[in-house]
Design a protein around this ligand. Structure first.
Ligand code: BV8
Length: 252
């Protein structure tokens, strides 16, 4: 394992690998959005929400118990995200997508910042907070006129509306999970960026990649359960490291 920290020169071995490969898969977590001002999932709870554990709110049980509270939490998070601008890490991944023949981006994030940055091949494992669906039948609802109720009611069946995200205890969208597994099992290089590598089944994608022979690269400010298994550990911020990686590899 090669570990570089701070403002790291990218290991030459990794530069050569990235330059020569045609198959790269990247998994991102909330750490990549932190430099856009979107607090990470574990750091998000401030102000009124500081008293709540996100794991307790991001569940169907919480919504069943108190739909108003959960809806208001997501409204608060949507406002946090509305003004967020993709940062240099998101932008560098857009450039990498154009430089690598088979590039696949898997994100655990629900903030839509990869799409905002211009990434095209995005696999959203946990949905998207900017989309709303009917709690009863899962149909995506783009507009509703029931602003008297919180949460609003579905215009078609009068059920409650909810964010189109995957809550703890809910299955991931089958198509997204299948695509993510395929992308992890068919790459030469697998990057794990800004994720605590705790939430399953996303956290197991790196194992699938490693078992399929890929080199594993972790980009994170801190160690995670993946760190001991990574071939390269680039300790630092994604906003610094990913642009450096693209620069060192393709603009040398
Ligand atoms: C399921 C949407 C089954 C909602 C989210 C196996 C073992 C143990 C537990 C389980 C298991 N299988 C399933 C579980 C239960 C559970 C789980 O994993 N629990 C954890 C807590 C142990 N998993 C589930 O429930 C999943 N469902 O498996 O269903 C099933 C099957 C069939 C039928 C029915 C059921 C669903 C999981 C999805 C949950 N939804 N999001 C919402 O956002 O409101 S996950 C949520 O947490 C986020 O989306 C995010 O993905 C995740 C937090 O993870 P990270 O992204 O990693 O963020 P975090 O804050 O933790 O870490 C940030 C990292 O960034 C840190 O490492 C930090 O150092 C780093 N960082 C910070 N700044 C920077 C940086 N790095 C670089 N640069 C920086 N600048």
């Amino acid at each position: 394992m090669t570990t570089t920290t701070g403002n790291p020169p990218i290991p030459l071995e990794l530069v050569d690998l990235l330059y020569s490969t045609e198959n790269v898969t990247v998994l991102t977590g909330s750490g990549i959005s932190a430099e856009s001002g979107v607090p990470t999932f574990r750091d998000a709870q401030t102000g009124l929400w500081a008293q709540y554990n996100p794991h307790d709110l991001a569940t169907p049980e919480a919504f069943e118990r108190d739909p108003r509270l959960v809806w208001l939490w997501y409204e608060w998070r949507r406002r946090l995200i509305a003004d967020a601008i993709p940062n240099s890490a998101h932008t560098a991944l857009v450039e990498l997508e154009q430089l690598i023949l088979h590039f696949r981006l898997i994100t655990q994030n629900v903030d839509g910042l990869h799409e905002k940055a211009g990434s095209e091949s995005i696999i959203e494992l946990h949905g998207n907070i900017l989309r709303t669906k009917c709690y009863e039948d899962g149909q995506i609802i783009e507009k509703w006129d029931d602003d008297d109720h919180i949460p609003p009611h579905c215009p078609d069946c009068n059920g409650l509306l909810r964010p189109d995200v995957v809550w703890f205890g809910e299955a991931l969208p089958n198509e997204a999970l299948t695509a993510a597994l395929r992308a992890s099992q068919n790459c030469d290089l697998f990057f794990s960026v800004g994720t605590s590598s705790v939430v399953q089944p996303a956290a197991s994608l790196a194992d699938h990649a490693r078992q399929s022979g890929a080199a594993i690269v972790e980009i994170n400010l801190a160690p995670t359960p993946l760190t001991p298994f990574a071939d390269f550990v680039l300790r630092g911020s994604a906003g610094q490291i990913i642009p450096m990686l693209v620069e060192s590899t393709f603009h040398k």
